[in-house]
Design a protein. Structure first.
Length: 392
Protein backbone atom coordinates (compact mmCIF):
# COMPACT_ATOMS: atom_id res chain seq x y z
CA UNK A 1 0.00 0.00 0.00
CA UNK A 2 2.59 2.55 1.12
CA UNK A 3 6.29 1.83 1.63
CA UNK A 4 6.51 4.51 4.31
CA UNK A 5 3.73 2.99 6.41
CA UNK A 6 4.81 0.23 8.79
CA UNK A 7 2.06 -2.08 9.99
CA UNK A 8 1.25 -2.07 13.70
CA UNK A 9 0.72 -5.58 15.07
CA UNK A 10 -2.40 -6.06 17.17
CA UNK A 11 -3.52 -9.16 19.02
CA UNK A 12 -7.15 -10.18 18.72
CA UNK A 13 -7.72 -9.07 22.30
CA UNK A 14 -6.39 -5.58 21.50
CA UNK A 15 -8.43 -5.43 18.31
CA UNK A 16 -11.61 -6.49 20.13
CA UNK A 17 -11.16 -3.76 22.67
CA UNK A 18 -10.74 -1.11 19.96
CA UNK A 19 -13.88 -2.33 18.16
CA UNK A 20 -15.92 -2.43 21.38
CA UNK A 21 -14.77 1.08 22.26
CA UNK A 22 -15.77 2.26 18.78
CA UNK A 23 -19.19 0.59 19.18
CA UNK A 24 -19.60 2.18 22.64
CA UNK A 25 -20.15 -1.21 24.23
CA UNK A 26 -17.46 -0.78 26.87
CA UNK A 27 -19.26 1.87 28.93
CA UNK A 28 -22.66 1.83 30.66
CA UNK A 29 -24.46 4.84 29.13
CA UNK A 30 -22.30 6.39 26.42
CA UNK A 31 -25.06 8.53 24.88
CA UNK A 32 -27.05 9.57 27.95
CA UNK A 33 -30.81 9.08 27.71
CA UNK A 34 -33.95 10.36 26.00
CA UNK A 35 -34.58 11.28 22.34
CA UNK A 36 -31.27 13.15 22.13
CA UNK A 37 -29.41 9.98 23.12
CA UNK A 38 -31.23 8.07 20.39
CA UNK A 39 -30.19 10.59 17.75
CA UNK A 40 -26.62 10.62 19.12
CA UNK A 41 -26.39 6.82 18.99
CA UNK A 42 -27.60 6.67 15.38
CA UNK A 43 -25.18 9.46 14.45
CA UNK A 44 -22.22 7.73 16.05
CA UNK A 45 -22.97 4.26 14.67
CA UNK A 46 -23.83 5.69 11.24
CA UNK A 47 -26.85 3.42 10.83
CA UNK A 48 -29.13 1.18 12.87
CA UNK A 49 -30.57 -1.74 10.93
CA UNK A 50 -34.34 -2.30 10.81
CA UNK A 51 -35.76 -5.83 10.70
CA UNK A 52 -39.29 -7.21 10.74
CA UNK A 53 -38.87 -10.26 13.01
CA UNK A 54 -40.49 -9.69 16.41
CA UNK A 55 -39.99 -12.95 18.30
CA UNK A 56 -38.36 -10.50 20.67
CA UNK A 57 -38.29 -6.72 20.26
CA UNK A 58 -37.37 -5.68 16.73
CA UNK A 59 -33.70 -5.14 15.98
CA UNK A 60 -33.68 -1.33 15.71
CA UNK A 61 -35.11 -0.91 19.21
CA UNK A 62 -32.87 -3.69 20.54
CA UNK A 63 -29.66 -2.16 19.12
CA UNK A 64 -30.48 1.22 20.65
CA UNK A 65 -31.45 -0.30 24.03
CA UNK A 66 -28.08 -2.08 24.14
CA UNK A 67 -26.33 1.30 24.18
CA UNK A 68 -28.98 3.38 25.97
CA UNK A 69 -29.97 1.62 29.23
CA UNK A 70 -33.12 3.73 29.72
CA UNK A 71 -34.13 3.67 26.04
CA UNK A 72 -37.84 3.96 25.26
CA UNK A 73 -39.42 3.18 21.90
CA UNK A 74 -41.05 6.62 21.97
CA UNK A 75 -37.56 8.18 21.83
CA UNK A 76 -37.01 6.78 18.34
CA UNK A 77 -40.44 7.96 17.24
CA UNK A 78 -39.61 11.45 18.49
CA UNK A 79 -36.28 11.46 16.68
CA UNK A 80 -37.88 10.30 13.42
CA UNK A 81 -41.24 12.05 13.37
CA UNK A 82 -40.87 15.19 15.49
CA UNK A 83 -37.21 16.17 15.76
CA UNK A 84 -36.52 14.68 12.31
CA UNK A 85 -32.95 13.97 13.36
CA UNK A 86 -33.03 10.50 11.79
CA UNK A 87 -34.56 9.12 8.62
CA UNK A 88 -34.92 5.73 6.98
CA UNK A 89 -33.01 4.62 3.92
CA UNK A 90 -30.99 1.75 2.51
CA UNK A 91 -27.41 1.23 3.70
CA UNK A 92 -26.56 -2.47 3.38
CA UNK A 93 -30.18 -3.00 4.52
CA UNK A 94 -33.08 -0.76 5.47
CA UNK A 95 -31.78 1.35 8.36
CA UNK A 96 -32.17 4.45 10.47
CA UNK A 97 -29.58 7.01 9.38
CA UNK A 98 -28.71 10.47 10.79
CA UNK A 99 -30.65 13.18 8.96
CA UNK A 100 -27.47 15.23 8.72
CA UNK A 101 -26.07 12.50 6.43
CA UNK A 102 -28.96 12.65 3.96
CA UNK A 103 -26.83 14.40 1.32
CA UNK A 104 -24.75 11.23 0.94
CA UNK A 105 -27.83 9.27 -0.16
CA UNK A 106 -29.24 11.69 -2.72
CA UNK A 107 -27.15 10.23 -5.56
CA UNK A 108 -28.58 6.76 -4.82
CA UNK A 109 -32.11 8.21 -4.84
CA UNK A 110 -31.52 9.86 -8.21
CA UNK A 111 -30.06 6.65 -9.59
CA UNK A 112 -33.25 4.82 -8.57
CA UNK A 113 -35.30 7.39 -10.51
CA UNK A 114 -33.04 7.06 -13.52
CA UNK A 115 -32.48 3.30 -13.62
CA UNK A 116 -35.39 1.87 -11.63
CA UNK A 117 -35.27 -0.57 -8.73
CA UNK A 118 -34.45 -4.24 -9.38
CA UNK A 119 -37.04 -5.46 -6.87
CA UNK A 120 -39.78 -3.08 -7.97
CA UNK A 121 -39.54 -3.21 -11.75
CA UNK A 122 -43.21 -4.20 -12.03
CA UNK A 123 -44.47 -0.87 -10.64
CA UNK A 124 -46.39 0.89 -13.38
CA UNK A 125 -46.10 4.65 -14.00
CA UNK A 126 -49.85 4.88 -13.35
CA UNK A 127 -49.53 3.31 -9.88
CA UNK A 128 -46.63 5.61 -9.01
CA UNK A 129 -48.60 8.67 -10.15
CA UNK A 130 -51.59 7.46 -8.10
CA UNK A 131 -49.77 7.26 -4.76
CA UNK A 132 -47.93 10.52 -5.34
CA UNK A 133 -51.23 12.26 -6.13
CA UNK A 134 -52.83 10.89 -2.94
CA UNK A 135 -49.95 12.00 -0.70
CA UNK A 136 -49.83 15.48 -2.28
CA UNK A 137 -53.58 15.91 -1.92
CA UNK A 138 -54.36 14.19 1.40
CA UNK A 139 -51.08 14.36 3.29
CA UNK A 140 -49.09 11.55 4.88
CA UNK A 141 -50.67 8.11 4.55
CA UNK A 142 -50.15 4.40 5.18
CA UNK A 143 -50.96 1.53 2.87
CA UNK A 144 -54.09 0.94 4.98
CA UNK A 145 -55.43 4.28 3.75
CA UNK A 146 -55.53 2.93 0.18
CA UNK A 147 -58.39 0.47 -0.20
CA UNK A 148 -59.16 0.46 -3.93
CA UNK A 149 -56.27 -1.70 -5.19
CA UNK A 150 -56.88 -4.65 -7.45
CA UNK A 151 -54.65 -7.32 -5.93
CA UNK A 152 -51.93 -8.97 -8.05
CA UNK A 153 -49.79 -12.10 -7.64
CA UNK A 154 -46.70 -11.94 -5.46
CA UNK A 155 -43.35 -11.81 -7.25
CA UNK A 156 -41.53 -13.30 -4.24
CA UNK A 157 -42.55 -14.42 -0.70
CA UNK A 158 -41.96 -10.98 0.87
CA UNK A 159 -43.69 -8.98 -1.83
CA UNK A 160 -47.09 -7.34 -1.42
CA UNK A 161 -50.14 -8.12 -3.52
CA UNK A 162 -51.10 -4.44 -3.40
CA UNK A 163 -49.76 -2.44 -6.36
CA UNK A 164 -49.96 0.73 -4.26
CA UNK A 165 -47.61 -0.71 -1.63
CA UNK A 166 -45.01 -1.44 -4.28
CA UNK A 167 -45.48 2.05 -5.68
CA UNK A 168 -44.99 3.61 -2.22
CA UNK A 169 -41.82 1.58 -1.77
CA UNK A 170 -40.48 2.70 -5.15
CA UNK A 171 -41.25 6.36 -4.39
CA UNK A 172 -39.39 5.88 -1.10
CA UNK A 173 -36.27 4.50 -2.76
CA UNK A 174 -36.42 7.29 -5.33
CA UNK A 175 -36.43 9.91 -2.57
CA UNK A 176 -39.83 11.28 -3.55
CA UNK A 177 -41.40 10.03 -0.31
CA UNK A 178 -39.90 9.41 3.11
CA UNK A 179 -41.15 7.39 6.06
CA UNK A 180 -42.35 10.02 8.50
CA UNK A 181 -43.55 7.60 11.17
CA UNK A 182 -43.42 3.91 11.96
CA UNK A 183 -45.84 2.00 14.20
CA UNK A 184 -44.51 -1.53 14.46
CA UNK A 185 -43.86 -2.25 10.81
CA UNK A 186 -46.69 -0.02 9.53
CA UNK A 187 -45.03 2.87 7.71
CA UNK A 188 -46.46 6.33 7.15
CA UNK A 189 -45.27 7.92 3.92
CA UNK A 190 -44.91 11.65 3.41
CA UNK A 191 -43.45 13.86 0.69
CA UNK A 192 -39.72 14.12 1.38
CA UNK A 193 -39.74 17.88 0.84
CA UNK A 194 -42.77 18.44 3.05
CA UNK A 195 -41.47 16.26 5.88
CA UNK A 196 -38.15 18.09 6.08
CA UNK A 197 -39.65 21.52 5.37
CA UNK A 198 -37.97 22.00 2.00
CA UNK A 199 -41.31 23.06 0.51
CA UNK A 200 -40.90 26.39 2.33
CA UNK A 201 -39.04 28.89 0.10
CA UNK A 202 -36.54 29.84 2.82
CA UNK A 203 -35.53 26.18 3.33
CA UNK A 204 -33.43 24.37 0.80
CA UNK A 205 -32.69 20.66 0.47
CA UNK A 206 -29.10 19.62 1.18
CA UNK A 207 -26.59 19.79 -1.62
CA UNK A 208 -25.94 16.28 -2.98
CA UNK A 209 -22.53 14.92 -2.03
CA UNK A 210 -20.05 14.20 -4.78
CA UNK A 211 -18.88 10.66 -5.36
CA UNK A 212 -15.56 11.40 -3.66
CA UNK A 213 -17.33 12.97 -0.68
CA UNK A 214 -19.55 9.90 -0.39
CA UNK A 215 -16.56 7.57 -0.36
CA UNK A 216 -14.97 9.73 2.32
CA UNK A 217 -18.19 9.49 4.32
CA UNK A 218 -18.22 5.69 4.07
CA UNK A 219 -14.61 5.48 5.23
CA UNK A 220 -15.08 7.94 8.10
CA UNK A 221 -18.26 6.18 9.22
CA UNK A 222 -16.45 2.85 9.37
CA UNK A 223 -13.41 4.27 11.19
CA UNK A 224 -15.67 5.90 13.79
CA UNK A 225 -17.91 2.88 14.43
CA UNK A 226 -15.47 0.01 13.80
CA UNK A 227 -12.11 1.37 14.96
CA UNK A 228 -10.18 -1.10 12.80
CA UNK A 229 -11.39 -1.47 9.22
CA UNK A 230 -10.92 -3.61 6.14
CA UNK A 231 -12.24 -3.10 2.64
CA UNK A 232 -14.91 -5.71 3.37
CA UNK A 233 -16.02 -3.99 6.58
CA UNK A 234 -16.15 -0.52 5.02
CA UNK A 235 -17.93 -1.72 1.88
CA UNK A 236 -20.25 -4.32 3.43
CA UNK A 237 -22.40 -5.63 0.54
CA UNK A 238 -21.05 -2.75 -1.58
CA UNK A 239 -18.23 -4.30 -3.62
CA UNK A 240 -18.37 -1.63 -6.41
CA UNK A 241 -17.05 0.98 -3.96
CA UNK A 242 -13.94 -0.97 -2.98
CA UNK A 243 -11.55 0.37 -5.64
CA UNK A 244 -12.33 4.01 -4.83
CA UNK A 245 -12.17 3.38 -1.07
CA UNK A 246 -8.76 1.72 -1.48
CA UNK A 247 -7.44 4.77 -3.33
CA UNK A 248 -8.75 7.00 -0.56
CA UNK A 249 -7.05 4.84 2.09
CA UNK A 250 -3.75 5.02 0.18
CA UNK A 251 -4.03 8.80 0.17
CA UNK A 252 -4.63 8.92 3.92
CA UNK A 253 -1.75 6.53 4.58
CA UNK A 254 0.60 8.82 2.69
CA UNK A 255 -0.68 11.76 4.73
CA UNK A 256 -0.18 9.85 8.00
CA UNK A 257 -3.87 10.06 8.92
CA UNK A 258 -4.22 6.27 8.86
CA UNK A 259 -1.88 3.38 9.63
CA UNK A 260 -1.90 -0.25 8.47
CA UNK A 261 -2.65 -2.92 11.04
CA UNK A 262 -1.28 -6.47 11.10
CA UNK A 263 -4.15 -8.21 12.86
CA UNK A 264 -3.48 -11.54 14.51
CA UNK A 265 -5.08 -14.34 12.52
CA UNK A 266 -6.14 -12.12 9.59
CA UNK A 267 -3.74 -13.68 7.09
CA UNK A 268 -3.50 -11.61 3.94
CA UNK A 269 -6.60 -9.52 4.67
CA UNK A 270 -5.51 -5.92 5.11
CA UNK A 271 -6.69 -3.76 7.99
CA UNK A 272 -6.20 -0.11 8.88
CA UNK A 273 -7.07 2.33 11.61
CA UNK A 274 -6.90 6.05 12.30
CA UNK A 275 -3.60 7.01 13.89
CA UNK A 276 -5.18 8.29 17.11
CA UNK A 277 -7.26 5.11 17.61
CA UNK A 278 -4.25 3.08 18.75
CA UNK A 279 -4.06 5.18 21.90
CA UNK A 280 -7.04 3.23 23.33
CA UNK A 281 -5.49 -0.26 23.17
CA UNK A 282 -4.10 -0.24 26.69
CA UNK A 283 -7.32 0.58 28.54
CA UNK A 284 -8.88 -1.85 31.01
CA UNK A 285 -11.40 -4.33 29.63
CA UNK A 286 -15.09 -3.75 30.36
CA UNK A 287 -17.04 -6.02 32.72
CA UNK A 288 -20.41 -5.20 31.14
CA UNK A 289 -22.76 -7.87 29.82
CA UNK A 290 -24.72 -7.20 26.63
CA UNK A 291 -27.40 -9.38 25.04
CA UNK A 292 -26.93 -8.50 21.39
CA UNK A 293 -29.29 -8.49 18.44
CA UNK A 294 -28.18 -10.73 15.55
CA UNK A 295 -28.45 -7.51 13.49
CA UNK A 296 -26.20 -5.51 15.84
CA UNK A 297 -23.26 -3.83 14.04
CA UNK A 298 -20.94 -6.03 16.12
CA UNK A 299 -22.57 -9.18 14.73
CA UNK A 300 -23.99 -8.42 11.29
CA UNK A 301 -20.68 -8.88 9.45
CA UNK A 302 -20.29 -12.55 10.32
CA UNK A 303 -16.76 -13.13 9.02
CA UNK A 304 -15.46 -10.06 10.83
CA UNK A 305 -17.10 -11.15 14.09
CA UNK A 306 -15.54 -14.59 13.74
CA UNK A 307 -12.10 -13.11 13.06
CA UNK A 308 -12.17 -10.77 16.07
CA UNK A 309 -14.05 -12.99 18.56
CA UNK A 310 -13.54 -16.53 17.32
CA UNK A 311 -17.32 -16.89 17.26
CA UNK A 312 -19.23 -17.69 14.08
CA UNK A 313 -22.80 -16.56 14.59
CA UNK A 314 -25.52 -18.49 12.77
CA UNK A 315 -28.82 -16.77 12.01
CA UNK A 316 -31.12 -19.77 11.97
CA UNK A 317 -34.61 -18.32 11.60
CA UNK A 318 -34.71 -19.65 8.03
CA UNK A 319 -32.83 -22.89 8.81
CA UNK A 320 -34.90 -26.11 9.15
CA UNK A 321 -35.47 -26.87 12.83
CA UNK A 322 -33.54 -30.13 12.75
CA UNK A 323 -30.43 -28.37 11.43
CA UNK A 324 -30.28 -25.54 13.97
CA UNK A 325 -27.37 -25.39 16.40
CA UNK A 326 -28.26 -22.34 18.51
CA UNK A 327 -32.00 -21.93 17.88
CA UNK A 328 -34.52 -19.97 15.83
CA UNK A 329 -33.50 -16.50 17.07
CA UNK A 330 -30.31 -16.95 19.07
CA UNK A 331 -28.79 -13.80 20.56
CA UNK A 332 -25.02 -13.57 21.13
CA UNK A 333 -24.04 -12.60 24.68
CA UNK A 334 -21.04 -10.32 25.15
CA UNK A 335 -19.37 -10.42 28.56
CA UNK A 336 -16.51 -7.95 28.81
CA UNK A 337 -14.43 -8.46 25.67
CA UNK A 338 -15.69 -11.96 24.81
CA UNK A 339 -18.77 -13.52 23.27
CA UNK A 340 -19.52 -16.32 25.73
CA UNK A 341 -23.00 -17.61 24.91
CA UNK A 342 -25.80 -17.71 22.36
CA UNK A 343 -29.27 -17.73 23.90
CA UNK A 344 -32.40 -18.45 21.91
CA UNK A 345 -35.09 -16.20 23.38
CA UNK A 346 -38.78 -15.64 22.78
CA UNK A 347 -41.05 -13.04 24.36
CA UNK A 348 -44.41 -14.42 25.44
CA UNK A 349 -46.26 -11.11 25.55
CA UNK A 350 -49.55 -12.68 26.58
CA UNK A 351 -48.04 -14.43 29.61
CA UNK A 352 -45.74 -11.49 30.32
CA UNK A 353 -42.44 -13.34 30.38
CA UNK A 354 -39.23 -13.85 28.46
CA UNK A 355 -38.65 -17.50 27.57
CA UNK A 356 -35.19 -19.06 27.29
CA UNK A 357 -35.58 -21.66 24.54
CA UNK A 358 -31.94 -22.78 24.47
CA UNK A 359 -28.68 -21.70 26.13
CA UNK A 360 -25.40 -22.50 24.34
CA UNK A 361 -21.98 -21.70 25.79
CA UNK A 362 -19.45 -20.61 23.17
CA UNK A 363 -15.81 -19.53 23.13
CA UNK A 364 -12.81 -20.16 25.35
CA UNK A 365 -13.83 -17.55 27.92
CA UNK A 366 -16.89 -19.66 28.74
CA UNK A 367 -14.89 -22.61 30.07
CA UNK A 368 -16.54 -24.68 32.79
CA UNK A 369 -14.69 -22.94 35.58
CA UNK A 370 -16.06 -19.54 34.53
CA UNK A 371 -19.67 -20.50 33.82
CA UNK A 372 -21.13 -20.11 37.30
CA UNK A 373 -20.13 -16.45 37.55
CA UNK A 374 -20.97 -15.78 33.90
CA UNK A 375 -24.42 -17.33 34.31
CA UNK A 376 -25.14 -15.12 37.32
CA UNK A 377 -24.12 -11.98 35.42
CA UNK A 378 -26.01 -12.97 32.28
CA UNK A 379 -29.18 -13.74 34.22
CA UNK A 380 -29.06 -10.27 35.79
CA UNK A 381 -28.97 -8.79 32.30
CA UNK A 382 -31.74 -11.14 31.14
CA UNK A 383 -34.01 -9.74 33.86
CA UNK A 384 -33.31 -6.22 32.61
CA UNK A 385 -33.88 -7.38 29.03
CA UNK A 386 -37.22 -8.90 30.03
CA UNK A 387 -38.37 -5.60 31.54
CA UNK A 388 -37.50 -3.86 28.29
CA UNK A 389 -39.33 -6.50 26.24
CA UNK A 390 -42.53 -6.19 28.22
CA UNK A 391 -42.57 -2.40 28.67
CA UNK A 392 -45.53 -0.81 26.92
Amino acid sequence: MSRAAKAVFLTKAEARHIWLRAQRLDMPAPFGEGPAATAAAVEHLGYVQIDTINVIERSHHHILWTRIPNYRRADLRQAQSIDKSVFEYWTHALSYVPAKDLRFFIAAMKRQRREGHKWLSSVSPADLRKVMRLVRRDGALTIRDIDDDVLVDKEHPWASRKPSKRALQLAFYQGLLTISERNGMLKTYELMARHFGWDVPSNKPPKPASERETHGYLLDRALRAQGIVSLDSICHLDAPSKAAIRRLIESRLRAGAMVPVALEGAGKQEHWTASETLETTGDRASELVHILSPFDPLIIQRKRTELFFGYGHRFEAYVPKEKRLFGYFALPVLAGDDIVAAIDLKTDRKAGELLVQKWSWVGRAAGRGARKDLKRRIEQELHRFERFQLAS
